[in-house]
Ligand binder design. Structure first.
Ligand code: AMP
Ligand code: ZN
Ligand code: ZN
Length: 445
């Protein structure tokens, strides 16, 4: 809405009228038009407040555990509209289809085996007394791959994270020896929030909007925003349950509020909306009990569920190998060096020596548990084969940089970071696992 700059006489006329006129602080592109001669200057005739032309912001939104087919439930007017008027796909997660490995892949463009966040929980031979958990923010765990917000900060692009796995870390820093968790050096987003599940989706959106409302000098150009309620409902009730659909509807409304607030601020935004993985239905009637296969004293079961990982006890490797590396109903086991190449998993020192993966059948997924379930239970889980249809993840891109109404073929989530680099004008990353091929021809420059 460009208007011609007002002549000085018109400004003088405006200053003389009753309406309080504030001269523009920024470039004078949208000053109010002068009232018609003699006509009263009513507020109804007042055009929008003086604003500068805002540079587009890139907002990377993760809706944890959002399967693409949740858009077909008739409860997502906002996300469905963004998909219909933007670019959308069913995205393949990386293995393992868990939260932390995939969020780190999305912001680094590397698969878990290379970026080092190989699971939601793992150990490293270099730190034998510590375990990585979802609360670990020591850069030691994260430093193998640079996240997009660090690349952006280094390039002078201001970033802000309203939650994202790894965003609580001073990336590239070093934990002080003998200290109390202090980190020397490292790069953080200019603005970031310590993860807290109790902060509601509405509050997260409001925090992002508060950042975007700032003057240009302190306004972020890359923002992350994370929602966890769809994943939580999917685990608790299963993907097909009405309460999961309710959670889907609620997060859709939160995304709708974000879009509306951006429009009210006249803030152009390139939204890249992703999920880290999908969700499969689980049941106590589909459980593989490990104590029937491996003597508990023979191996430490490190993780269990959609997949199980094992550290054999000292001197018990042959027994564990014999117990696991044979055919099993509803799961397949490998020594870490023999995991099929398509998983791109097993070279990292943080991957345990043995891995068993449960089947995600069309009728429901199997679970690997230490013992048989105590009673009936149904719900949902993820962590299965990243090629499984249930594990597909939401992808929607919408904004001035994107073509409209393009449904594209499935692609791997390692391609999201290269896309973000394009949006921010950063050079293509070196030796990444993904590239921007799925989006070529869909970006408007
Ligand atoms: P998952 O066990 O793979 O389903 O992980 C999902 C859970 O990860 C969510 O319910 C959150 O509580 C947790 N989570 C997500 N982001 C973070 C974060 N930045 N820091 C700590 N926990 C997180
Ligand atoms: Zn997740
Ligand atoms: Zn989950």
């Amino acid at each position: 809405m460009l208007r011609p700059v007002l002549p000085l006489a018109a400004l003088a006329a405006l200053a003389a009228c009753a309406y309080p006129y504030t001269p523009p602080a920024l470039s004078p592109v949208t000053q109010p038009a002068p009232p018609a001669t003699g006509a009263p200057y009513t507020t109804a005739a007042v055009p929008p407040a003086v604003q500068e032309a805002r540079a587009p912001v890139t907002i990377l939104i993760s809706i944890d555990g959002f399967r693409p087919d949740y858009l077909d439930r008739g409860v997502t007017p906002n996300l469905s509209r963004l998909a219909a008027t933007g670019v959308s796909a069913a995205m393949r997660p990386s293995f393992p289809s868990k939260t932390f490995p995939n969020h780190w892949t999305i912001v680094t463009g590397l698969r878990p085996d290379r970026h080092g966040i190989v699971a939601n929980s793992f150990i490293d031979p270099a730190r034998p007394d510590e375990t990585f958990t979802m609360a670990s923010d020591d850069p030691f765990w994260w430093n193998a791959a640079e996240p997009i917000w660090v690349t952006a900060q280094k390039a002078g692009i201001r970033t802000a994270t309203m939650f994202w796995p790894g965003a609580n870390t001073a990336w590239g820093g070093v934990r002080r020896a003998g200290g109390h968790g202090e980190v020397d050096g490292g790069t953080r987003p200019s603005d970031w929030q310590q993860f807290n599940q109790a902060v509601t989706g509405e509050q997260r959106v409001a925090a992002v909007i508060d950042w975007i409302r700032r003057p240009a000098a302190t306004r972020p150009r890359l923002v992350t925003l994370y929602f966890d309620t769809v994943d939580s409902a999917g685990h608790a009730y299963g993907p097909g349950d009405a309460r999961t659909t309710q959670a889907v509807a609620a997060v859709d409304a939160q995304v709708g509020a974000l879009v509306q607030e951006l429009a009210a601020l006249e803030q152009p935004a390139n939204l890249v909306i992703v999920a880290d993985h999908g969700m499969a239905a689980t049941s106590s009637s589909r459980v593989i009990a490990l104590d029937q296969l491996v003597a508990p004293a023979d191996a430490r079961v490190f993780e269990a569920g959609p997949y199980a990982s094992f550290y054999p006890a000292t001197g018990r490797d042959a027994a564990v190998r014999a117990a696991l590396l044979r055919p099993h109903a509803h799961m397949t086991c490998w020594a870490k060096g023999d995991v099929p190449a398509r998983f791109h998993y097993g070279a990292n020192v943080r991957v345990p020596p043995y891995l068993c993966l449960a089947d995600d059948d069309p009728g429901g997924a199997w679970s690997i548990e230490k013992t048989a379930p105590a009673g009936p239970r149904a719900g949902g889980n993820h962590g299965y084969d990243n090629e499984a249809p249930d594990m597909r993840a939401l992808f929607i891109a919408n904004g001035p940089a994107f073509a409209r109404g393009k449904r594209i073929g499935d692609f791997d989530n390692v391609d999201v970071a290269p896309l973000l680099r394009d949006l921010l004008g950063l050079p293509a990353g070196q030796a990444l696992d993904g590239d921007d091929r799925p989006f070529r021809g869909l970006l408007r420059r």
